[in-house]
Design a protein around this ligand. Structure first.
Ligand code: GLU
Length: 510
């Protein structure tokens, strides 16, 4: 029987989720939806040392902004609730003890001081310390101590941990859906801590395997940094006797810096001037980091960009809605090699989405901008403005600069532009143009276009100098959309007013 697809995104709330984490969540989500399966959000908060307040709420909000819908999770609940590991703490000890019982794990009583001394001693000999098969028999572990001694130490309240007893010299053969066969020799691996008496909490490895099993996870899709843990995870499945239902694994390629050299780090954004977080983050001590949302990116553009960082559809298509991503996504097309993050590409995607948005939708976003600048703007005018200007905007925040002249006459006239286009005959052109506009039957762009062109042609006036003087009078600088569209939006009265004013200011003697 085909196994139901169940995937999980399992972040640790140690800070804001960065874009690599969002990509992991996205690929899990796409995979789940593609296969009609479930997407689970599990919060892995067993490392109390690294817990950061606010991080979980940030993760939830970021997924929501991205349109990644959770089927089961901390907020949604579900058949395997709770989904926050700190609330599942009672579950894990039993499993750790089961491994001790079956000889796959053991108690270790070394204190941090003893371990530090041992590490220093080993390093003094020029070697690196590893808690493994070479040393475990000699240390204060249940492998060496008698059962009575172990019991006594536990009873008197000594701190202990349970460590996995990594087999010596065994080749572990693993399968990764992106990388294929992977083999690793266990002699290179240490005996990881699975459970700590100090806080009565499991470590990541134990909690992760136990929960993936209990939550019936079918596929583990996560970052490449977890690949070195895969042998341990395989061996844990074996030790528990859960190999039959062990999930499939897929390790996603790293996100690389824009230079292509090295892993994209949380600090790169600030250094290079682009966000590495989906949302703005304010740390508990007040430090802030930029977010895509607050920097004006549309979530669809952000998701589209992320989807293509490590996956490709095998065609030239670049723009994908979430639905199209769901239909086309496959792990086979995820690349093995790192994906270079390109901030310009993120902007490009945003511009593409901007250009494709309806005028009505953009007007909705434009109105508060106009209001913030203290101008009155009807919805109809907003629609006209965004419609005319959207092809030049990358972010909503670009709009004001692109459109302020729709609301106010120029207060000054650009000197360079003046020098180029203001000639002795210009006042005459403008005065006549004013008459033409005043007499136009209807103040609609096509009507104005026809009237002004007929007037220029009838008089043999050169179009360039006339139209540039026209722009200078209405806008004050050499920017803006077509003059007739612009005049239509500001209206007859305002257009005539601005020309009159330019004549008064620039040619007072005329
Ligand atoms: N809690 C781990 C993390 O923060 C999850 C790794 C995994 O998906 O197994 O990345």
């Amino acid at each position: 029987m085909e196994r139901r697809v169940r995937v999980r995104f399992a972040p640790s709330p140690t800070g804001p989720l960065h874009i690599g984490g969002v990509r992991t969540a996205l690929y899990n989500y796409l995979f789940a939806r593609r296969h009609g399966g479930d997407f689970i959000l599990r919060i892995e908060d067993t490392d109390s040392q690294r817990f950061v307040p606010g991080a979980e709420a940030y993760i939830t909000e970021a997924l929501k902004w991205c349109g990644i819908e959770v089927d089961e999770g901390v907020a949604e609940g579900g058949p395997h609730a709770p989904y926050r590991q700190s609330e599942r703490r009672e579950i894990y000890l039993k499993y750790a003890l089961q491994l001790v019982e079956s000889g796959n794990a053991y108690y270790a009583f070394d204190t941090p001081e003893e371990l530090n001394a041992l590490r220093a001693e080993t390093e003094a000999r020029g070697e690196t310390f590893s808690y493994n098969y070479q040393v475990r028999e000699r240390l204060a572990t249940s492998l060496r101590l008698s059962a009575a001694e172990v019991e006594e130490r536990i009873a008197r309240g000594d701190q202990w941990v349970i460590r996995f007893k990594m087999p010596e010299g065994e080749e572990v053969h693993m399968r990764d859906l992106i990388r294929g066969e992977v083999t690793m020799n266990t002699s290179t691996l240490d005996d990881k801590v699975l459970y700590k008496s100090a806080d009565r909490l499991p470590t990541y490895h134990l909690a992760n395997i136990v929960d993936d099993h209990l939550m019936e996870i079918s596929h583990v899709i996560r970052g490449e940094e977890w690949l070195p843990s895969l042998p341990l995870h395989y061996l844990l499945y074996r030790a528990f006797g859960w190999e039959q239902t062990r999930p499939e694994f897929a390790h996603l390629p790293l996100l690389l810096k824009p230079t292509g050299k090295g892993k994209l780090s949380k600090r790169d954004g600030d250094k290079m001037g682009f966000p590495v977080f989906p949302l703005r983050w304010v740390s508990p001590d007040g430090e802030t980091a930029h977010g895509y949302r607050e920097d004006g990116y549309f979530p669809e553009a952000f998701i589209n960009m992320l989807a293509l960082l490590g996956w490709n559809p095998g065609t030239e298509q670049e723009l994908f809605s979430m639905q199209e991503l769901i239909e086309q996504f496959s792990l086979e097309r995820v690349s093995k090699s790192g994906a270079r993050f390109q901030p310009e590409k993120a902007q490009w995607f945003n511009a593409q989405y901007m250009h494709r948005k309806s005028d009505a939708e953009l007007a909705e976003l434009y109105l508060p901008i106009a209001e913030a600048h203290g101008v009155e703007c009807s919805r109809q005018k907003a629609e006209r403005i965004v419609g005319l200007m959207k092809s030049r905007a990358t972010f909503m925040s670009d709009f004001w600069e692109l459109s302020d002249y729709f609301f106010a006459a120029p207060t000054e006239y650009d000197a360079k532009y003046m020098k180029k286009w203001w000639k002795p005959e210009t006042p005459r052109y403008l005065a006549e143009l004013k008459q033409v506009l005043a007499g136009a039957d209807d103040f609609q762009a096509p009507v104005l276009d026809r009237a002004v062109n007929e007037w220029m042609d009838a008089n043999g006036y050169p179009h360039g100098p006339v139209m540039n003087a026209f722009r200078l009078a209405i806008v004050g600088v050499g920017k803006g959309p077509g003059m007739f569209e612009l005049c239509e939006v500001i209206g007859r009265e305002e257009s005539l007013e601005r020309i009159g004013r330019a004549l008064r200011e620039l040619a007072p003697e005329a």
